[in-house]
Design a protein around this ligand. Structure first.
Ligand SMILES: Cc1cc2nc3c(=O)[nH]c(=O)nc-3n(C[C@H](O)[C@H](O)[C@H](O)COP(=O)(O)O)c2cc1C
Length: 380
């Protein structure tokens, strides 16, 4: 099992509430990167809006210079960047970060029109298919020049690049829940990523995906994004959810839901179907099974599901998803730096993590207690 955290340029204790966001700048992001780098996470997803917001390559380049081992899963909308330029950025970043790049291909669901991209849902994935075909030939170091004529791309005399550190190229993740997303990942991806669904549905989704990948003669790893609220006691964890809801108002929830419903994302529609769009009277009204809460989708875009409880309870739920076939997890909760440290301290040591390059095992980290450090102090 591998665990990634989350890097974003909007943060705070309750970032869906304008009064509870923080000023995010270079120093803030450095603190977040250091928290991730110093703990048991494999890396972080560096997300991006299709329209506005900050650029994930610039954020990742800055953090790569201040960190040693965390991996950067950088979101890329294929329709916003030529495959040749992506190849150049990927090879350069992979070299300068010491082989710490993962690419997350996201085909987008809203905001692309503002960038002049008006492709419908399935056409975006058809474009993505041609795009990854070209991209893989350019970064794969094969023979050139590369000519490719498809419905969306017309490349003449493309030049293959010298190899990246990671061979044959930095891992390609493909995100989405629709059939066409699964197909794109099955054909081109090293990892297929989707937003968390309730356990049984998620297990069925992964099984269907693996069959699709087998149809292409491929084995592809899977990843899932999910929120986690971990506290010492169950009561404290649910009190945190109550507090999140107290800092939300129905007007803002309605505005967000209208925008999300208008989008074309299959994954988003599934996330929306897990709640009624109304802030609940009691947080646990949206607990669909033990420790599984679906209210996050009222507040933020993306997955609705949050695992809520003690470290042991949340670890057990994550292990259930792992047994159902999820290889990699992208976890998050705000504020991102503090929650990263909490999750690293309390949750990660309970998970069957695969070794993180350059990192001691969690058990060894645990053994280095405060009292051990104090041995001898004051004995002179
Ligand atoms: C793991 C993961 C990360 C994503 N990150 C982003 C992102 O950074 N920016 C973005 O605009 N969309 C992001 N998306 C959403 C995708 O762009 C896409 O809209 C979504 O997965 C819906 O596609 P579908 O209709 O195939 O379900 C992400 C999706 C997943 C699964």
């Amino acid at each position: 099992m591998e665990v990634y955290w989350y890097v974003f340029y909007v943060d705070g204790q309750y970032p869906w509430n304008a009064g509870k966001t923080r000023h995010v700048d270079r120093r803030y992001l450095k603190a977040l990167g250091s928290a991730i780098d110093a703990s048991g996470f494999h890396g972080a997803l560096v997300a991006t809006g299709a329209g506005g917001g900050w650029d994930p390559w610039a954020i990742s380049s800055t953090l790569a210079a201040h960190t040693e081992r965390m991996r950067f899963l950088i979101a890329v909308h294929p329709s916003l960047l030529s495959p040749t330029l992506l190849a150049k950025q990927a090879v350069t970043f992979d070299h300068l970060s010491g082989g710490r790049l993962d690419i997350n291909i996201v085909n987008g669901h809203a905001g692309l029109g503002a960038a002049g991209v008006h492709l419908a849902h399935d056409d975006r994935y058809a474009h993505g298919d041609e795009y990854l075909e070209v991209y893989r030939r350019i970064v794969g170091g094969g023979p050139g020049p590369i000519d490719f004529k498809g419905k969306h791309l017309d490349i003449r005399g493309g030049q293959p690049l010298d190899a990246a550190i990671q061979s044959p190229h930095p891992p390609i993740w493909v995100g989405g829940s629709s059939d066409v997303a699964m197909d794109l990942a099955a054909k081109h991806g090293d990892v297929y990523a989707s937003w968390a669904e309730p356990l049984e549905k998620h297990a069925a989704h992964i099984a269907a995906f693996r069959e699709r990948a087998a149809g292409y003669g491929r084995e592809v790893e899977t990843a899932m994004t999910i929120h986690v609220v971990v506290r010492d006691t169950e009561e404290q964890a649910w009190a945190e959810i109550d507090s999140m809801l107290k800092h939300a108002d129905q007007g803002s929830v309605d505005a967000l839901q209208r925008g999300l419903r208008a989008g074309q994302s299959v994954g988003q529609q599934r996330a929306l179907s897990l709640h009624s769009g109304q802030l609940p009277r009691h947080a646990r009204d949206l607990e669909i099974s033990p420790n599984v809460w679906t209210g996050y989708g009222l507040l933020r875009i993306g997955s609705s599901i949050t695992l809520v409880g003690t470290p042991r309870q949340v670890a057990d739920r994550l292990i259930e998803y792992h047994k159902a076939g999820v290889d990699k997890f992208i976890l998050s909760h705000h504020p991102l730096p503090e929650e990263a440290m909490r999750v690293a301290d309390d949750l990660l040591p309970l998970l069957p993590l695969s070794p993180v390059p350059g990192q001691r095992e969690p058990a060894q980290r645990k053994a280095r207690t405060f009292n051990n450090q104090l041995n001898g102090v004051g004995a002179k």
